[in-house]
Ligand binder design. Structure first.
Ligand code: ZN
Ligand code: ZN
Length: 424
């Protein structure tokens, strides 16, 4: 076969198929990495991709807590040595550890996420770099190789629970001496170094009326806590008893270096499809928007095109006027330009459609764009993401464009687009 480069737009979602049945597989939901517009820049390949669909497995592979006991040397204990036995080892001191054995659970399917490319990881996630820095190399990743695991109830796909840490190739999870851990009554639990943070939106993600909820941390055992003082602090937060680790449509999962969006199967049924989004672009293009200066017809690209083409639309970020490429009003010393329509001075960027459907909170024409990257989406979608705080570094939060992870600039961080054919 001749090697072919691909931008990933055409790459199919790879799924395991039930060999002996033609039944469509039950979809639980999707995990989508924030910052990609439908595919990874180098193309989606295997388990390394911009989003991962969780399908009901042919055979259950979930596990649940069984017995636990104290050992002197966990490295030589039977449960750790036995590569078929799932277990979690909580090191208390150099000479003492609690081992929790896990047994097969016929009622759940397990999916694991992390930076490792070893086989227990279903969805390989690397650090996300914002927009224009996508080609830079991450020298020291903060994402755990076995970051988290999700267990879905096979009878009720709406019950997908997330837990910190994933089982490695030997089916073990090791929490070292320095890891935060504690024992309540009989159960032992702990946190991973950089933790797994979750944010359930307040309200329904679909429809666009939801607000950003509180960021919480989920433990290895799946309990929910307020955030630590800083990301990897030794002291755990306060347990939050009236919240849980069940993913809701729109729940965000932060792995410290990449943020994932959970979309439930039910939520996705109410979201636009990629086809719908492409149709919306076609409809705007069919209106033959004009550049008021060059008087040429503008064409919104459906795909990111390399290099400028003559019909590429640009948006003036301070006023929202959409025009073609021209030299009018250019300030030689800065990147700013004076808009010929309203004489406002400001930066200008290329317009590009946000085509990852999972990030949309509703359907409709893409009449808004994020500032400063120029990704277009619906009004409600743009406004929703502008109000969502995404963990940044070890202590801060920022709002970002979900299609490219560029931090939003200014307030409100978006602009209403004004096309020439829409003026009257
Ligand atoms: Zn203007
Ligand atoms: Zn963007």
């Amino acid at each position: 076969m001749v090697g072919r480069t691909t931008d990933g737009t055409e790459s199919p979602i790879i799924t395991e198929s039930d060999a002996d049945t033609d039944k469509p597989r039950v979809r639980y939901g999707e995990l989508v990495i924030l910052g990609y517009n439908g595919f990874l820049p180098q193309g989606d390949r295997g388990r390394r991709r911009s989003k991962f669909v969780l399908y009901k497995r042919a055979e259950p592979n979930g596990v649940k807590r069984s017995k636990h006991y104290i050992v002197q040397s966990p490295q030589t204990s039977q449960a750790i040595l036995n590569a078929k036995q799932h277990s979690i080892s909580y090191t208390l001191s150099r000479s003492q550890a609690v081992i929790v054995e896990y047994k097969e659970d016929p009622d759940t399917d397990m999916f694991q996420v992390g930076r490792s490319s070893e086989s227990p990881i279903d969805f390989v996630v690397m650090d996300t770099l914002p927009g224009d820095k996508k080609d830079a190399k991450v020298l020291q990743s903060t994402i755990s190789r076995f970051a988290c695991r999700i267990l879905v109830d096979r009878c009720d796909g709406n019950k997908a629970r997330i837990y910190a840490a994933g089982f490695d190739s030997s089916r073990n999870i090791f929490l070292g001496e320095k890891a935060t851990k504690w024992q309540d009554n009989v159960e032992i639990d702990g946190l991973t170094t950089n933790g797994v943070l979750i944010m359930h939106p307040k309200g329904e993600f679909c429809g666009g009326s939801a607000d950003c909820g509180q960021w919480r941390e989920t433990s290895v055992g799946g309990d929910v806590f307020s955030l630590r003082e800083c990301r990897s602090a030794q002291q755990k937060g306060q347990q939050v008893y009236d919240e849980n680790n069940i993913l809701q449509d729109g729940t965000l999962i932060d792995l410290c270096g990449a943020t994932l969006l959970w979309r439930s199967a039910e939520g996705l049924r109410h979201s636009p499809t990629k086809k719908d989004l492409e149709k919306l672009v076609d409809e705007i293009n069919a209106g033959r928007p004009q550049c008021p200066v060059g008087l040429n017809t503008l064409v919104i690209p459906r795909k990111v095109s390399l290099g400028d083409h003559v019909n590429q639309p640009y948006v003036y970020l301070n006023c929202g006027h959409v025009q073609g490429q021209h030299g009018w009003g250019q300030d030689k010393n800065t990147n700013a330009r004076r808009c010929p329509m309203c004489l406002e001075v400001g930066p200008v960027v290329t317009l590009c459609m946000g085509v990852e459907p999972a990030f949309y909170v509703d359907s409709g024409p893409p009449t808004y764009a994020f500032n400063p990257c120029g990704h277009m989406a619906t009004e409600k979608t743009v406004k929703y993401w502008a109000n969502v705080d995404i963990p940044h570094g070890t202590n801060g939060f920022q709002s970002v464009c979900p299609f490219c992870a560029t931090p939003l600039v200014g307030s409100p961080g978006y602009i209403k687009l004004i096309f020439q054919d829409n003026l009257d």
